[in-house]
Design a protein around this ligand. Sequence first.
Ligand code: OGA
Ligand code: MN
Length: 291
Amino acid sequence: MKTNTMPTLHIQPLHPMLGAEINGLDLRTPLDDATFAQVLEAFDRYSVLVLHDQALTDEQQLAFSRRFGPLEPTKVGTVGHGSSLVHLTNIGPDGAVVPENHRQMLNTLANQLWHSDSSFKRIPALASMLSGRVVPPEGGDTEFVSMRAVWRELPEAIRARIENMIAIHDYAYSRGKVDPDLASEAERDALPPVRQAVVRKHPTSGERSLYLGSHASAIEGMSIEEGRRLIDELIDFAGQPRFVYSHKWRANDLLIWDNRFTIHRGRPFPPNYPRYLVRATVAGDAPTLAN
Ligand code: OGA
Ligand code: MN
């Protein structure tokens, strides 16, 4: 049997607050346990990992993603429903780029709002693994913010005020920001609003982290307007340029991020360029609230 030689990965931080590039791995074949442990350690520490030149098949992407834990089934209404992959694409079934008012394009716009994947589920996602299959030559970056860093830099009075707050997260609400009819009846039925903690705790470092994004529609105990004002103010604070790591895609990049402690958003790109990314989403293991 092969011995665990603990190869040292080349890990290069990308931003003072989050993100690191990992070089020297080929994810097409399984990593040995010692190497995977180093990837997990980097994931915990940096929250966003970037690996270039990973030309993965769907099966290879699924196999690597499952190392992190069970995957979420792709929800109704998303391209890829019935599998464990989400196809984020502006390419229609006929191979042409869809028009700007097409559902796939509207969902692309909804992804351009700061969010954490699946925060609208009672047990929200742990991680996302996004593979760049076709990327536009300009625009279409994906941006990330460390919500641990945001928490650290929020004024103490605000931290004390929001520490024990509970937010309602609602898929129909975030889609409604783009188009009132974007969330279909089937999606609304499958995804009723859920309650989430506004502040989470990082399991290894013990740091606290703000947990809000586009799906957050209300704060328990506050009027709708007041709650939304607070949510919007906090997300605006989080989105300040100094917090943002912006990823410029190359084809065959694989990005891995921790949805518990980051938010992300896509950026606009010229509508005539095809863009096709494939995501596997690692399920979380517990709700953010005990009840
Ligand atoms: C996602 C997402 C943004 C983008 O894959 O979850 O929000 O840039 N992507 O496509
Ligand atoms: Mn997303």
